[in-house]
Ligand binder design. Structure first.
Ligand SMILES: Cc1cc2nc3c(=O)[nH]c(=O)nc-3n(C[C@H](O)[C@H](O)[C@H](O)COP(=O)(O)O)c2cc1C
Length: 185
């Protein structure tokens, strides 16, 4: 039942308040994951949920049209191919009222020292001019891998703040995770 609900909500903005000024946008993957086994809620999703609750933000999950494999190794292979091809995988849904948001909390896992390519697709779909982007990422040792600069290069005219980088295993298992950024972030 939970899966059906998730599928129905994919690509829609979950509204927190009548006119929220901030939006949490994130990509995160369930299934077999490094260091945490098989998970039903992704590591980055856990952080996204906490930030949304604490800030009263609306939420948009970036859900790729073509799902990634369930297995960890197969996912790393698929991601490596996408990275080398500079792929721009499509994602489900769209945000009608993107102009309404001043602040975007942008969440993603570190994939091969970069953001997943579907996050680039998202960033290239909307104008971030005049907006503040507050990135957060989960990882298993690499920290943010210079993704602040990569976001700034794509999102012209945006103010990009430092990345909150949290270990995926901490994010998965500790509800105080956003207060525990990793030193390498
Ligand atoms: C395709 C892929 C590539 C990854 N590459 C890295 C990496 O280069 N450095 C790192 O620290 N962690 C890497 N990881 C680990 C993830 O960043 C980490 O498990 C993250 O918390 C996953 O978040 P999610 O559950 O929200 O998808 C990789 C994981 C996957 C699936």
């Amino acid at each position: 039942m939970k899966k059906v609900m998730t599928a129905m909500l994919a690509g829609t903005v979950l509204t927190a308040a009548a006119q929220a000024e901030s939006l949490v946008v994130y990509f995160s993957k369930t299934g077999e994951q490094y260091a945490v086994g098989t998970i039903t809620e992704g590591n980055t999703a856990k952080i996204a949920k906490i930030i949304a609750e604490q800030t009263g933000s609306d939420v948009f999950e970036i859900v790729p049209e073509k799902p990634y494999p369930e297995g960890y190794r197969a996912t790393t292979d698929a991601a490596k191919t996408e990275l080398s091809q500079k792929a721009r995988p499509s994602f489900k849904g769209k945000i009608e009222n993107f102009d309404q948001y001043d602040t975007i909390y942008l969440g993603y896992p570190n994939w091969w020292g970069d953001m997943p390519m579907v996050v680039y697709t998202f960033l290239e779909t909307y104008s971030f001019k005049g907006k503040t982007i507050r990135p957060f990422c989960t990882h298993e040792g690499s920290g943010a891998s210079g993704t602040k600069q990569k976001i700034a290069a794509v999102c012209k005219g945006a103010i990009v703040q430092d990345v909150l980088a949290v270990r995926g295993s901490v994010a998965q298992n500790d509800s105080a995770a956003p207060k525990k950024p990793c030193a390498t972030g």
